[in-house]
Every structure is written in structure tokens, then in C-alpha cells.
Write a new protein. Sequence first.
Length: 103
Amino acid sequence: MRYVFDWDFGNSEKCRKHGVDLEEIEQALVADPIVMGDLRHSLVEARFHAVGRAASGRAVFVVFTIRSRGTEDVIRPISARYMHSKEVALYEKAEAISRSEER
């Protein structure tokens, strides 16, 4: 599957503000993240929260939306940050449950 990301000065600077590299954000979003809707912030357009891992192994929390550009959908990250240790523990627990349900 091919993923297209929508980066510009606005969202790239906001995402880098917390020290997360743009490549890590893309890695976290394509490496089978846990995704949930963000109903509270979806009044204008649908927003999502994703929790995934970058190739470095660091857990990343990303807020993003999906927009249409021409004939394709693009992923537009809105903000991102590394996860805190308690959040990582919850994420790893959810990952383990998900893997056991797949069996």
C-alpha cells in the first residue's frame, strides 16, 4: 500500500515542536498503528489519534486527518509527540491484546 503525506510549513513545524522527526511520524503511521477517532475535534473535518512506533522503536502519538487531493487521499499530520512511559505501557498492553485476538 502506498501512503502519501501532506506536509507544509504549518504542520511540519508544529510536529517538530515536540522533537519528533517527520520521518518518525510517517513510520509510526504506516507501521500498523492503533487508530481512534477524535470526536471532540472533528467538527470541521474528521480527526484521528494514532499510536505507533517509529523504526527507532520509540512510541509516537500523532493527531492527523485525511484529506482528498485530486483523486487520492493524503494523510495530513497535525501534531505529534513522543509518548510518556505510562502511555507506552498502556499502548504495549493494547498491542498484546490485539495480537492475541488475531490468533
